[in-house]
Design a protein around this ligand. Structure first.
Ligand SMILES: [Zn+2]
Ligand SMILES: [Zn+2]
Length: 129
């Protein structure tokens, strides 16, 4: 595993070899293309074509810490009825929010408010369509 972009606040950064940012490569979690200011990891994979998996660091971290609704204690594994990532948010935004919650950079109230806004936007969009 190698890392690219700015260091994030995890001890693992120091242990990883740095590699140029793979601008334009698709993140294996969120499907969004890596931009020049993004940070993340490259993981060698024998089953993947090309033989490297690219992940934003938030998307990689989300796979370890769990999704937003898991952080909020609302997902299936926590006894709730929500999928681990709120479907109204993009996977990328959801991964970033999961990390913010985990780091305490976002409060549960703020996260729930943002999800609620996304739900309402989605509902409005459906009414207009
Ligand atoms: Zn991603
Ligand atoms: Zn859970």
């Amino acid at each position: 595993m190698r890392r690219f972009g700015a260091k994030w606040g995890a001890p693992i950064c120091d242990a990883l070899e740095q590699t140029p940012v793979p601008v334009g490569s698709k993140c294996d979690h969120c499907g969004e293309k890596v931009r020049k200011d993004d940070a993340g990891v490259l993981i060698d994979s024998f089953s993947h074509d090309p033989g490297e998996v690219v992940l934003h660091w938030e998307c990689h971290t989300r796979s370890i810490i769990g999704g937003v609704n898991h952080q909020l204690g609302r997902c299936h594994c926590c006894g709730g009825n929500q999928p681990p990532d709120p479907p109204e948010l993009s996977l990328r935004r959801s991964a970033v929010m999961a990390v913010e919650l985990w780091e305490g950079a976002t409060s549960h109230e703020d996260a729930i408010a943002e999800i609620q806004q996304a739900v309402e936007r989605e509902a409005n969009r459906k009414v207009r369509a």
